[in-house]
Ligand binder design. Structure first.
Ligand SMILES: C[S@@+](CC[C@H](N)C(=O)[O-])C[C@H]1O[C@@H](n2cnc3c(N)ncnc32)[C@H](O)[C@@H]1O
Length: 279
């Protein structure tokens, strides 16, 4: 494997054998090095064209193909771990963008019984449908027309009062990466209600958001937060942890995991299950 340079940001950092980064790197090395004849889910996923840069969300972080793929594989790994499922599971990817998680799940041969990706941007959904669903019909994508000042400013349909187009209790895993980081309180509240509705009784919701202690309940583009300059509509919506958890609690969710600040631009990764009703 010497001479094969993946060239990601942390190349100079030694990795602990067995660590997550070592496992991801090993997987990527296999992915890049495997001869074409040895068809596997990984090779098949690699033969999928990657989304053009203009459709990739996440700023500079996922622009390079290997960064996009490395993050996709890392995400899929974590999602499968957190699903804690002994059988193939169903997953709803809210704000799926250009299908980053779907690529990772396919690259890992993850045990997916049903994948549904929804997003407000018709162009990314059209691309995912044509490219991913065309080959993997288990992976389905749909546009949802909901107003978002940043991503769908021409819509007249608000999140509040919108039902996601899925049956009650139909997903084992609900995933929303870097979506609530671009939504205001009322919209997040409405979506968390829908998350609870469509989540299976023993399901898990995995979301990321800008969440901090000791800050105002909601701040849009807080100056200098994370050492970054936030520009444009809803570039960064930051919540106080208390406010975010209260919204989730009111929606019927119970916090089961919280990892502070380790995600894109300093977002936190937050896990919820259904709250056990006291009655
Ligand atoms: C920063 S991107 C993240 C994309 C993807 N989750 C990823 O991690 O690569 C945010 C995505 O959320 C979508 N989005 C914003 N508001 C939404 C809403 N109300 N419903 C569904 N998707 C939404 C945007 O269109 C965009 O694709």
């Amino acid at each position: 494997m010497r001479g094969l340079t993946l060239g990601w940001a942390s190349d100079s950092v030694p990795r602990m054998p067995g660590s997550t980064s070592a496992r991801i790197e090993a997987r990527l090395r296999r992915l890049f090095a495997r001869p074409a004849a040895a068809a596997s889910p990984i090779d098949q996923a690699m033969n999928l064209p990657l989304p053009p840069n203009r459709l990739r969300a996440g700023g500079v972080h996922f622009r390079a193909d290997r960064d996009f793929l490395a993050s996709a594989v890392a995400e899929a790994d974590r999602v499968v771990r957190d699903a804690r499922s002994t059988r193939p599971f169903s997953l709803l990817d809210i704000g799926c963008g250009a299908g980053r998680l779907a690529y990772g799940l396919l690259a890992c041969g993850s045990p997916i019984a049903r994948y549904e990706g929804i997003d407000v941007m018709p162009e990314t959904i059209a691309w995912c449908k044509a490219t991913i669903s065309g080959r993997y019909p288990t992976f389905r994508f749909a546009t949802i027309d909901v107003y978002n000042e940043r991503y769908n400013p021409d819509s007249s349909r608000q999140a509040a009062g919108t039902s996601l187009p899925f049956e009650d209790g139909s997903f084992d895993v609900i995933y929303a990466y870097s979506v609530f980081s671009h939504m205001l309180t009322d919209d997040v509240r409405a979506y968390l209600g829908e998350v609870t509705r469509v989540m299976a009784s023993d399901g898990v919701a995995i979301v990321t958001a800008f969440v901090e202690d000791g800050v105002p309940d909601e701040a849009v583009n807080p100056p200098g937060y994370q050492g970054l300059e936030w520009r444009g509509a809803l570039h960064c919506v930051r919540f106080s942890r208390e406010h975010f958890e209260a919204m989730a609690g009111a929606a019927g969710l119970q916090l089961t995991g919280f990892e502070h600040g380790g995600e894109t631009d300093g977002q936190s990764r937050i896990l919820f299950g259904r709250a056990v009703s006291s009655g």
